[in-house]
Design a protein around this ligand. Structure first.
Ligand SMILES: Nc1ncnc2c1ncn2[C@@H]1O[C@H](COP(=O)(O)OP(=O)(O)O)[C@@H](O)[C@H]1O
Ligand SMILES: [Mg+2]
Length: 335
């Protein structure tokens, strides 16, 4: 029944009963007698109480809808308000849910467009760095070597230094190009790319261990790139924010998919830390391939590090199934 009819019928019922009582057994004298005051007040209280209950029950779904709207987050799609309550409210909730469907689809499409444009641009910059600047520097290096071979003794040392600087510039450019475009991903595959990522982030203060299991299912190029970029951002955050001295990069098969985990032993996320462009970017990328990303502080509470976990769609399905049946999605849990 619609909210209008609920309230109208209830009020009409109350008024009809009151009128019937007044026309029938109940009399109101002038001036009113104490016993009559009691009857009128009791009738009024009953009417108000029933009215309050009907309104409370009728409006509750609107309150729930308000909370669902406040909590809505397009980066965590799929959450929908429960359709309940009187007809108008149910219609409103259904419309709102349909609007969310549309917004999520549009958001996914525009994020996919933006991210692939970004990848293309990175690819282009990496290629130009490698092919243009890299070639020029290589030529300079060769020239320097030729000159050094023929130069008088007293100039050789300085020319050697110039060669050294050019060489390290060349290395730097190769490193930047590699970071922009994980060429190893195309050449050697995901596991090697992740292994070299772990090596790249291992410095004096931070040791990155990797545990990259064999027997991974075949992954699409897009999925591999998402896994690589998420690992890259998570390790960047570990190096930049966590103060950790140890981190782990794990990749293992789960169901028909894979699970990527980057865990450090640093300060953890802390309550005040909001999600910046980095974590939002990871969420966008995860959404692209329908994967589930969780970013959390380690199991031991604050100070026990941060976990970034990505389950590809098939792995998330397997994990959800395991949670309901009690059978682990893959042998040997992480903890
Ligand atoms: N591994 C981590 N350890 C501790 N804090 C982290 C970690 N990763 C992220 N954070 C916190 O979360 C915030 C948001 O991270 P992010 O979205 O990547 O933005 P940014 O790195 O640009 O600050 C960081 O500023 C930091 O405070
Ligand atoms: Mg970051």
């Amino acid at each position: 029944m619609s909210l209008f009819w609920r309230i109208f019928v209830l009020d009409a019922l109350g008024l009809v009963v009151a009128a019937a009582l007044l026309l029938g057994p109940v009399t109101v004298s002038t001036p009113i007698l104490p016993a009559e005051v009691l009857v009128v007040l009791a009738g009024l209280a009953a009417l108000l109480a029933v009215n309050a209950v009907v309104l409370r029950v009728g409006l509750a779904p609107l309150g729930r809808l308000g909370r669902a709207m406040a909590d809505a987050d397009l980066l965590r799609p799929g959450a929908r308000a429960v359709v309940a309550g009187p007809v108008e409210t149910a219609e409103l909730i259904t419309t709102y849910n349909a609007m969310l469907d549309r917004l999520e689809a549009e958001r996914a499409a525009s994020a996919a467009g933006a991210l692939s444009a970004q990848e293309r641009e990175r690819h282009r910059v990496a290629r130009e760095l490698h092919d243009e600047v890299g070639q020029t520097l290589t030529a300079v290096l060769l020239q320097l070597k030729r000159v050094a071979d023929r130069a008088p003794e007293d100039l050789r040392e300085e020319l050697g230094l110039a060669q050294e600087s050019t060489r390290s510039g060349l290395d730097e450019i190769r490193r930047i190009a590699r970071r922009l475009r994980p060429g190893v991903l195309d050449e050697l595959g995901l596991v090697s790319a992740l292994r070299s990522l772990a090596a790249e982030f291992t410095t004096h203060g931070l040791t990155v261990r990797h545990d990259l299991r064999a027997g991974l299912p075949a992954l699409t190029e897009e999925t591999e790139l998402v896994l690589y970029r998420v690992a890259q951002e998570a390790l960047t955050n570990t190096a930049r924010h966590s103060g950790a001295d140890r981190a782990e990069l794990r990749l293992r098969p789960v169901g028909d998919g894979v699970e990527l985990l980057v865990r450090d032993n640093g300060t953890g996320l802390g309550a005040r830390a909001g999600e910046g462009a980095g974590i939002r970017g990871m969420r966008e990328r995860a959404l692209l391939i329908g994967a589930v990303l969780t970013v959390s502080s380690g199991a031991g509470g604050s100070g026990s590090g941060a976990d970034v976990r990505l389950l590809t769609r098939a792995a998330a399905v397997a994990t959800a199934r395991a949670a309901t049946t009690g059978v682990p999605a893959s042998p040997g849990g992480l903890r």
